[in-house]
Design a protein around this ligand. Structure first.
Ligand code: ADP
Ligand code: MG
Length: 317
């Protein structure tokens, strides 16, 4: 039997880069990234995994949009999908450097680490384009909102009494366009950061690609990536240690080991909140049904234990 390293796609939640209440200075983000990378470095050190990292970008792309908006009279603002590309570079840089520096301390500084600016193909006919739901960017007054609606064709919605906000479609990821590049890098021993922020949404015009203003769920895009590169393990790291039934009720119960059939049943029963845990469980189900070996959902600090089956929620066939 060979001791082959298992290709593992790790989807990092928002808290891996920014904690609630933080302003998001570079120093703050780097400090969080360092804590996150300590876990990743342990996984690398164990020698059991070939890792591919994907991550959210909500606060980062929010700030880039705000900078664009504020400076629009002096520097040409970029479309949302370009801001997404910028955020992949920003976060990729932080991860590449921090993980490298930690690996140097472990005598593994020679391992290559690369970020791939990643486009994710979505379907022009996806129902989501008829019904934009995902809020992005700054809050506006009602007057500003109406102006943006008529001048730029933005869809704007009132956001829970907090003000007006642009909403964009959240279509399903169909294909990680750079999957072959990612696969080759992993094959060549690189640690890869890819599909950040759910990827840059693009649609196909024949064989050509064009960017669209949308936001793809990063857990669903991470699952797509995992299948596209033949990963064995899909590891989702968030801010709860386990997936719970009857979450935040007196009957709350953590799940340790479940089958995909059980996951589907609980999913159908509505145990997982839309926009947070639901896409993670949906992504885990998809991954196992597509032939993945196991999907693990846990908190950042329990990553290593969860992979050893000592923490977290593991979903298998
Ligand atoms: P991330 O940035 O990691 O994607 P999210 O906020 O989108 O984080 O998702 C994680 C959140 O999902 C948890 O903080 C938790 O409040 C929420 N959640 C909703 N339903 C459940 C559930 N059934 N079990 C555990 N957590 C849940
Ligand atoms: Mg989320």
């Amino acid at each position: 039997m060979t001791n082959e390293k298992k290709v593992t796609v790790i989807a990092l939640g928002g808290n891996a880069i920014l904690q609630p209440g933080q302003r998001g200075t570079f120093a703050e983000q780097m400090k969080n990234v360092e804590t996150t990378c300590q876990q990743l470095a342990q996984m690398v050190e164990s020698g059991k995994y070939k890792i591919i990292i994907t991550h959210g970008n909500g606060p980062q792309v929010g700030n880039i949009l705000l900078q664009n908006e504020t400076a629009k009279d002096v520097a040409a603002p970029m479309p949302l999908y370009v801001c997404g590309a910028e955020s992949q570079g920003l976060i990729g840089y932080m991860m590449q450097q921090t993980l490298h520096n930690l690996l140097v301390d472990k005598g593994k500084g020679e391992i290559p680490i690369a970020t791939v600016v990643t486009q994710v193909v979505v379907d022009k006919k996806d129902q989501a384009f008829q019904n934009p739901t995902k809020p992005v960017g700054p809050f506006y007054s009602e007057e500003e909102a109406k102006k943006l609606e008529s001048e730029k064709g933005y869809h704007i919605k009132e956001d829970a009494g907090r003000g007006w906000r642009r909403v964009v479609p959240s279509p399903d990821p169909i294909e990680i366009f750079e999957k072959e590049a990612v696969r080759q890098l992993v094959e060549a021993r690189s640690i890869v950061v890819a599909s950040g922020g759910g990827g840059i949404p693009v649609v196909k015009e024949g064989e050509k690609l064009v960017g669209v203003d949308a936001v793809i769920d990063k857990d669903l895009a991470g699952e797509r990536l995992a299948v596209d590169v033949n990963a064995k393990i899909f590891l989702v790291l968030t801010d709860v240690d386990q997936v719970k039934l009857n979450y935040k009720t007196p009957q709350e119960k953590g799940l340790s080991q479940i089958t995909v059939e059980e996951a589907k049943k609980y999913h159908a029963e509505g145990h997982f909140a839309k926009g947070s845990m639901e896409p993670k469980v949906r992504a885990a189900i998809r991954f196992i049904e597509a032939g993945g070996e196991r999907a693990v959902i846990t908190s950042l600090d329990k990553a290593v234990d969860a992979l050893d089956g000592k923490a977290g929620t593991t979903i298998t066939k």
